[in-house]
Ligand binder design. Sequence first.
Ligand SMILES: O=P(O)(O)OC[C@H]1O[C@H](O)[C@H](O)[C@@H](O)[C@@H]1O
Length: 433
Amino acid sequence: MFNSTLTEDERNHLPVDGAIMITASHLPYNRNGLKFFTSDGGLNKADIKDILERASKIYEESAYGKQQEREDASRGVVNSVDYMSIYASDLVQAVRKSAGDKEKPLEGLHIVVDAGNGAGGFFVDKVLKPLGAVTTGSQFLEPDGLFPNHIPNPEDKTAMKAITQAVLDNKADLGIIFDTDVDRSAAVDSSGRELNRNRLIALMAAIVLEEHPGTTVVTDSVTSDGLTVFIENKLGGKHHRFKRGYKNVIDEAIRLNSIGEESHLAMETSGHGALKENHWLDDGAYLMVKLLNKLAAARTLDSSIGSKVLTDLVEGLEEAAVTVEIRLKIDQNHADLKGGSFRDYGEAVLRHLENAIGKDPNLHKAPKNYEGVRVSGHGGWFLVRLSLHDPVLPLNIEAPNKDDAVKLGLAVLAAVSEFSALDVTALNKFVQQ
Ligand SMILES: O=P(O)(O)OC[C@H]1O[C@H](O)[C@H](O)[C@@H](O)[C@@H]1O
């Protein structure tokens, strides 16, 4: 939708002044909403509040007899434009360009797509097929807001299992999965290896750092220590681990550029990734096109090359054997909140945790950290922070083995146990397993 505010095509009344998308995004099907775009990007909370206030004023006035005004406001010309075809053909052109303008640079490759019944099904007919790829075995391409097959989410285990299985069953060269509204994506190589979360950031960083040596990669706060080592030591870039939230990482990358620190990639483990060259839009289809560019370019030199060219790019990324996220709920009605907000309560838990960590010689606070409490120790690390939206303190742990992960979990448990409004059932279960 955002691209329709940039594409120049007079015949199709483009660029438009604004675009609106109806989507539940990462939320369940019964929580749809509207995303608004202008050529400056997606509107933020303050803009949306302003729109709602103005809309409600117009509504109220019309309800009190200003019918004529309402009719005037709603009178306009409606033109239908097949914008998806225009957008998709730009993606196709990008891949062709990276292969020296070859018409079908993906000929001979078998690529399966899992759109999870979200909006990403177009990628098969409008992008992959024109580029020559075989796409049989692609699944859940028809939009269905009830998501009858699996939640379209490249972080979700069931969703990743579904695309991995499709790759293996079809002996495909590559698998691609999108979230509901295609602002997130991930891939699977021909051996069934998932290229999502830290691995996808590492892969995108490898591609972007080839194009822009030394650039800063901004990520969310739950990225691994291994990713930092990979970006800084192997790729020669700079890893700026910032806060959770795709808008936070994107805005931070824009801010860095504005103060003279060059950054070309802002990416979250959730699969939201935005590039400077693509107007800082978190466009999941564009991310996958960057992978296809790499594949297509490599195949102009050797037509037997498959997804290994991508997997090789993340060679050397250290990965923890144990990776868990445990979400600790705050009971907002609990007496221990003393009528205060869950945010204040969560902040108090974090302050207490921070103090407790200082007393344990095995644990060390991360020298640079932008949200919550990030601590290393026992060969791994943990991060406790406030959720962006929910009355929850998500705890992420990465460790070389289960015993060390449990040690980290126990340290958190000991520090937070006096906060009776915090539900630590899941953490208790984890440390007892
Ligand atoms: O803070 P959490 O509850 O873990 O949620 C954080 C996530 O919320 C949404 O899904 C946003 O689109 C993501 O950008 C963000 O990472």
